[in-house]
Design a protein around this ligand. Sequence first.
Ligand SMILES: Nc1nc2c(ncn2[C@@H]2O[C@H](COP(=O)(O)OP(=O)(O)OP(=O)(O)O)[C@@H](O)[C@H]2O)c(=O)[nH]1
Ligand SMILES: [Mg+2]
Length: 220
Amino acid sequence: MATKAPEAPPKRPPAVILAGGRSSRMGRPKAGLVLHGRTILDHIVERLAPQVGSIALNLNADAGIDLPPGLPVLADTLPGYFGPLAGVLTAMRHAAEVAPHAAHVLTVATDTPFFPDDLVGRLSSVPDLEGKIAAAWSAGEMHPLFALWPVAIADDLEAWIRTDAKLRVRAFIARHPSAAVDFPMIATKAGPLDPFFNINTPEQLREAEAWLQRLKDPKP
Ligand SMILES: Nc1nc2c(ncn2[C@@H]2O[C@H](COP(=O)(O)OP(=O)(O)OP(=O)(O)O)[C@@H](O)[C@H]2O)c(=O)[nH]1
Ligand SMILES: [Mg+2]
Protein backbone atom coordinates (compact mmCIF):
# COMPACT_ATOMS: atom_id res chain seq x y z
CA MET A 1 0.00 0.00 0.00
CA ALA A 2 1.37 3.41 -0.94
CA THR A 3 2.06 5.57 2.05
CA LYS A 4 1.40 9.24 1.86
CA ALA A 5 4.53 11.36 2.20
CA PRO A 6 4.36 13.42 5.37
CA GLU A 7 3.60 17.06 4.67
CA ALA A 8 6.63 19.30 5.01
CA PRO A 9 6.22 21.74 7.88
CA PRO A 10 5.60 25.29 6.63
CA LYS A 11 8.86 27.20 6.16
CA ARG A 12 9.45 30.07 8.52
CA PRO A 13 9.67 33.35 6.62
CA PRO A 14 12.59 35.78 6.61
CA ALA A 15 11.84 38.85 8.73
CA VAL A 16 12.92 42.47 8.79
CA ILE A 17 12.53 44.78 11.78
CA LEU A 18 11.58 48.25 10.58
CA ALA A 19 13.53 50.97 12.36
CA GLY A 20 14.36 53.19 9.42
CA GLY A 21 12.35 56.24 10.47
CA ARG A 22 13.59 59.44 12.04
CA SER A 23 12.05 58.95 15.52
CA SER A 24 11.29 62.66 15.51
CA ARG A 25 8.52 62.53 18.13
CA MET A 26 10.76 60.52 20.47
CA GLY A 27 13.81 62.68 19.87
CA ARG A 28 16.20 59.70 19.83
CA PRO A 29 16.38 56.46 17.86
CA LYS A 30 13.50 54.20 18.87
CA ALA A 31 15.46 50.95 18.38
CA GLY A 32 17.69 51.99 21.30
CA LEU A 33 14.92 52.73 23.80
CA VAL A 34 15.36 50.88 27.05
CA LEU A 35 12.50 48.90 28.56
CA HIS A 36 13.09 47.05 31.80
CA GLY A 37 16.84 47.39 31.42
CA ARG A 38 17.04 45.99 27.87
CA THR A 39 16.77 47.69 24.52
CA ILE A 40 13.44 47.47 22.79
CA LEU A 41 15.35 45.92 19.91
CA ASP A 42 16.40 43.04 22.18
CA HIS A 43 12.76 42.54 23.23
CA ILE A 44 11.68 42.47 19.58
CA VAL A 45 14.43 40.09 18.47
CA GLU A 46 13.64 37.73 21.35
CA ARG A 47 9.96 37.58 20.44
CA LEU A 48 10.63 37.28 16.74
CA ALA A 49 13.44 34.71 16.66
CA PRO A 50 11.34 31.58 17.35
CA GLN A 51 8.85 32.59 14.67
CA VAL A 52 11.03 33.30 11.63
CA GLY A 53 13.83 31.88 9.49
CA SER A 54 16.12 34.93 9.63
CA ILE A 55 16.14 38.47 11.01
CA ALA A 56 17.58 41.70 9.63
CA LEU A 57 17.25 45.28 10.82
CA ASN A 58 16.24 48.15 8.55
CA LEU A 59 18.00 51.26 9.84
CA ASN A 60 19.04 54.50 8.14
CA ALA A 61 21.07 56.12 10.91
CA ASP A 62 23.12 55.11 13.92
CA ALA A 63 20.79 53.62 16.55
CA GLY A 64 23.17 54.75 19.30
CA ILE A 65 23.45 51.24 20.78
CA ASP A 66 25.49 48.09 20.36
CA LEU A 67 23.44 46.00 17.97
CA PRO A 68 22.91 42.29 18.63
CA PRO A 69 25.87 40.44 17.09
CA GLY A 70 25.24 38.96 13.66
CA LEU A 71 22.15 41.04 12.94
CA PRO A 72 22.40 42.32 9.34
CA VAL A 73 21.66 46.04 9.01
CA LEU A 74 19.94 47.27 5.86
CA ALA A 75 19.70 50.90 4.80
CA ASP A 76 16.75 51.75 2.54
CA THR A 77 17.29 50.62 -1.04
CA LEU A 78 15.64 53.91 -2.07
CA PRO A 79 17.34 56.46 0.18
CA GLY A 80 15.53 59.66 1.10
CA TYR A 81 13.17 58.78 3.97
CA PHE A 82 10.22 57.82 1.80
CA GLY A 83 8.43 56.44 4.86
CA PRO A 84 7.62 52.94 6.10
CA LEU A 85 6.99 51.59 2.60
CA ALA A 86 10.67 52.18 1.82
CA GLY A 87 11.41 49.80 4.70
CA VAL A 88 8.96 47.24 3.32
CA LEU A 89 10.64 47.47 -0.10
CA THR A 90 14.04 47.01 1.52
CA ALA A 91 12.65 43.94 3.31
CA MET A 92 11.37 42.45 0.04
CA ARG A 93 14.69 43.01 -1.75
CA HIS A 94 16.59 41.49 1.17
CA ALA A 95 14.31 38.43 1.27
CA ALA A 96 14.82 37.82 -2.45
CA GLU A 97 18.55 37.66 -1.75
CA VAL A 98 18.72 35.63 1.45
CA ALA A 99 15.72 33.33 0.92
CA PRO A 100 15.12 33.13 -2.84
CA HIS A 101 12.42 30.48 -2.41
CA ALA A 102 10.43 32.40 0.19
CA ALA A 103 7.15 33.70 -1.22
CA HIS A 104 6.70 36.21 1.62
CA VAL A 105 8.74 38.40 3.92
CA LEU A 106 7.55 39.40 7.39
CA THR A 107 7.89 42.94 8.67
CA VAL A 108 7.50 44.14 12.24
CA ALA A 109 8.05 47.62 13.65
CA THR A 110 10.73 48.24 16.22
CA ASP A 111 8.46 50.36 18.42
CA THR A 112 5.84 47.69 19.24
CA PRO A 113 7.23 45.49 22.03
CA PHE A 114 4.13 43.42 22.91
CA PHE A 115 3.35 41.99 19.47
CA PRO A 116 1.92 38.44 19.54
CA ASP A 117 4.16 35.41 19.90
CA ASP A 118 1.90 33.62 17.41
CA LEU A 119 2.09 36.45 14.85
CA VAL A 120 3.65 34.37 12.08
CA GLY A 121 1.60 31.25 12.79
CA ARG A 122 -1.64 33.16 12.42
CA LEU A 123 -0.63 35.37 9.51
CA SER A 124 0.59 32.34 7.58
CA SER A 125 -2.59 30.38 8.15
CA VAL A 126 -4.55 32.67 5.83
CA PRO A 127 -6.27 30.49 3.20
CA ASP A 128 -4.68 30.77 -0.27
CA LEU A 129 -1.97 33.02 1.08
CA GLU A 130 0.09 32.97 -2.11
CA GLY A 131 0.06 36.41 -3.73
CA LYS A 132 -1.75 38.00 -0.78
CA ILE A 133 -0.59 40.52 1.78
CA ALA A 134 -1.60 39.19 5.22
CA ALA A 135 -1.83 42.04 7.72
CA ALA A 136 -2.48 42.07 11.46
CA TRP A 137 -5.49 43.78 12.98
CA SER A 138 -6.63 44.39 16.54
CA ALA A 139 -9.54 46.30 18.03
CA GLY A 140 -10.86 47.11 14.55
CA GLU A 141 -7.58 48.66 13.33
CA MET A 142 -5.06 47.48 10.81
CA HIS A 143 -1.39 47.36 11.80
CA PRO A 144 0.01 47.33 8.30
CA LEU A 145 3.67 47.03 9.27
CA PHE A 146 2.93 43.69 10.95
CA ALA A 147 2.38 41.79 7.76
CA LEU A 148 3.53 39.08 5.42
CA TRP A 149 4.32 40.67 2.05
CA PRO A 150 4.63 38.77 -1.23
CA VAL A 151 8.18 39.28 -2.42
CA ALA A 152 6.91 39.18 -6.01
CA ILE A 153 5.32 42.64 -5.71
CA ALA A 154 8.62 44.40 -4.98
CA ASP A 155 8.82 46.07 -8.41
CA ASP A 156 5.24 47.30 -8.10
CA LEU A 157 6.07 48.75 -4.68
CA GLU A 158 9.19 50.44 -6.00
CA ALA A 159 7.20 52.06 -8.83
CA TRP A 160 4.55 53.14 -6.31
CA ILE A 161 7.13 54.75 -4.03
CA ARG A 162 8.68 56.55 -6.97
CA THR A 163 5.37 57.98 -8.19
CA ASP A 164 2.79 58.20 -5.39
CA ALA A 165 2.67 61.49 -3.51
CA LYS A 166 1.23 60.28 -0.21
CA LEU A 167 3.00 56.96 0.25
CA ARG A 168 0.34 55.59 2.57
CA VAL A 169 0.89 51.98 3.55
CA ARG A 170 -2.84 51.26 3.61
CA ALA A 171 -3.28 52.67 0.10
CA PHE A 172 -0.55 50.39 -1.21
CA ILE A 173 -2.14 47.37 0.47
CA ALA A 174 -5.48 48.26 -1.13
CA ARG A 175 -3.94 47.80 -4.61
CA HIS A 176 -3.29 44.11 -3.91
CA PRO A 177 -5.17 41.04 -2.73
CA SER A 178 -4.96 41.02 1.04
CA ALA A 179 -6.27 39.31 4.14
CA ALA A 180 -6.97 40.68 7.61
CA VAL A 181 -5.90 38.60 10.59
CA ASP A 182 -7.41 39.69 13.88
CA PHE A 183 -5.52 39.38 17.16
CA PRO A 184 -7.09 39.53 20.63
CA MET A 185 -6.21 41.95 23.41
CA ILE A 186 -3.77 40.76 26.08
CA ALA A 187 -5.50 40.41 29.45
CA THR A 188 -3.66 42.18 32.28
CA LYS A 189 -4.59 43.05 35.86
CA ALA A 190 -5.06 46.62 34.72
CA GLY A 191 -7.35 45.68 31.84
CA PRO A 192 -6.82 44.79 28.20
CA LEU A 193 -3.57 45.69 26.45
CA ASP A 194 -3.49 46.02 22.68
CA PRO A 195 -0.63 43.77 21.49
CA PHE A 196 0.15 46.40 18.85
CA PHE A 197 0.54 49.25 21.36
CA ASN A 198 3.33 51.29 19.82
CA ILE A 199 5.73 53.80 21.23
CA ASN A 200 6.14 57.15 19.51
CA THR A 201 6.71 59.59 22.38
CA PRO A 202 8.54 59.65 25.73
CA GLU A 203 5.17 59.46 27.47
CA GLN A 204 4.26 56.27 25.56
CA LEU A 205 7.63 54.81 26.60
CA ARG A 206 6.64 55.34 30.24
CA GLU A 207 3.26 53.75 29.52
CA ALA A 208 4.96 50.73 27.92
CA GLU A 209 7.19 50.35 30.98
CA ALA A 210 4.08 50.30 33.18
CA TRP A 211 2.39 47.66 30.98
CA LEU A 212 5.53 45.52 31.07
CA GLN A 213 5.54 45.69 34.85
CA ARG A 214 1.90 44.57 34.95
CA LEU A 215 2.66 41.69 32.58
CA LYS A 216 5.54 40.57 34.80
CA ASP A 217 3.62 40.86 38.09
CA PRO A 218 2.18 37.52 39.20
CA LYS A 219 -1.61 37.39 38.88
CA PRO A 220 -3.39 37.98 42.24
N1 LIG B 1 12.87 52.45 6.14
C1 LIG B 1 12.13 53.44 6.58
N2 LIG B 1 11.31 53.22 7.63
C2 LIG B 1 10.58 54.25 8.08
C3 LIG B 1 10.62 55.52 7.49
N3 LIG B 1 9.77 56.33 8.18
C4 LIG B 1 9.23 55.57 9.16
N4 LIG B 1 9.71 54.31 9.12
C5 LIG B 1 9.40 53.20 10.01
O1 LIG B 1 8.01 53.01 10.01
C6 LIG B 1 7.53 52.65 11.30
C7 LIG B 1 6.41 53.59 11.72
O2 LIG B 1 6.89 54.92 11.72
P1 LIG B 1 6.80 55.89 12.96
O3 LIG B 1 6.20 55.22 14.12
O4 LIG B 1 6.19 57.16 12.50
O5 LIG B 1 8.35 56.09 13.31
P2 LIG B 1 9.27 57.28 12.91
O6 LIG B 1 8.93 57.79 11.55
O7 LIG B 1 10.68 56.85 13.17
O8 LIG B 1 8.89 58.38 14.02
P3 LIG B 1 8.38 59.88 13.82
O9 LIG B 1 9.54 60.60 13.15
O10 LIG B 1 8.12 60.38 15.20
O11 LIG B 1 7.16 59.81 12.94
C8 LIG B 1 8.73 52.68 12.21
O12 LIG B 1 9.15 51.35 12.37
C9 LIG B 1 9.75 53.50 11.45
O13 LIG B 1 11.09 53.12 11.72
C10 LIG B 1 11.50 55.71 6.36
O14 LIG B 1 11.59 56.79 5.76
N5 LIG B 1 12.22 54.65 5.94
MG1 LIG C 1 6.79 58.52 11.18
